[in-house]
Design a protein around this ligand. Structure first.
Ligand code: 13P
Length: 249
């Protein structure tokens, strides 16, 4: 049985004061949630604050990016070791980073290796654009991103990976993938893990869905066999909405 995994991706939102107000409510709303791993992916500036806020709650905290170099003259960047001071997880390969910051599969792969090397767990995002889907390339794109992103990882490394299927056309558009569309890609990704790693890795790796998840559509998505959780963005900015997604049956 794969444990459900739900992470809220705040993206570039919230000041320290706003985050403290959020946490006060969020802790109340999620009382009683069980059998689920809960993670908050917050800006670097909030990692320390949120780490303190989640103490003894069982909630995890994620950074939203790292750079793959260990240290050096890379103004504005944050290394895996620096993020690990506060975070348990890191999001890598998000489509917004691929699009606005030109991250390639090769860069994503280097970042994943750097993160695992420092003991961070990785929420590894991939997914096709609308154009790619229209051209019938959804599976081809997902397979390439999966294989190149995870290139060189060992079977043991895969214990630190959560895969997030996030079709670009569904992100921030309100145009969520249907549970069937998502399930089809999740099942396909799981199949690819078999020859790349082995059957056990394919069986145990959690594959979560992101793209316009909200409290109304979460339940139907989460019912699907190969969908092990979700990664809401916009909805996670509201503590009640995120809690309702977490408590979805
Ligand atoms: P939205 O839920 O706002 O579509 O964002 C999804 C996402 O990109 C999570 O990483």
């Amino acid at each position: 049985m794969r444990k459900r995994f739900i992470a809220g991706n705040w993206k570039m939102h919230k000041t320290k004061e706003e985050s403290l107000a959020y946490m006060q409510e969020f802790r109340q709303y999620i009382q009683g949630a069980k059998d689920v791993d809960i993670v908050l992916a917050v800006p670097f500036t909030l990692l320390e604050t949120i780490k303190k806020e989640i103490e003894n709650t069982g909630i995890g905290v994620a950074a939203q990016n790292i750079f793959y170099e260990e240290q050096g003259a890379f103004t504005g960047e944050v290394s895996a070791a620096m993020a690990k001071d506060f975070a348990d997880y890191v999001i890598i390969g998000h489509s917004e980073r691929r699009k606005y910051f030109n991250e390639t599969n090769e860069i994503v792969n280097k970042k994943i290796k750097a993160a695992i090397g420092k003991g961070l767990k990785v929420i590894f995002c991939l997914g096709e654009t609308q154009d790619e889907r229209n051209q019938g390339k959804t599976k081809q794109v997902a397979e390439t991103q999966l294989r190149e992103g995870l290139a060189g990882l060992t079977i043991d490394n895969m214990k630190s990976i959560i895969i997030a299927y996030e079709p670009v056309w569904a992100i921030g558009t309100g145009n969520t993938a249907t549970p069937e569309q998502a399930e089809e890609v999740h099942a396909f990704l799981r199949e690819i893990l078999k020859p790349v790693f082995n059957d056990q890795v394919a069986q145990e790796t959690r594959i979560i869905y992101g793209g316009s998840v909200n409290p109304e559509n979460a339940s139907a998505i989460l019912q699907k066999e190969n969908i092990d959780g979700c990664l809401p963005g916009g909805a996670s900015l509201d503590p009640q909405k995120l809690a309702n997604i977490i408590k979805s049956q």
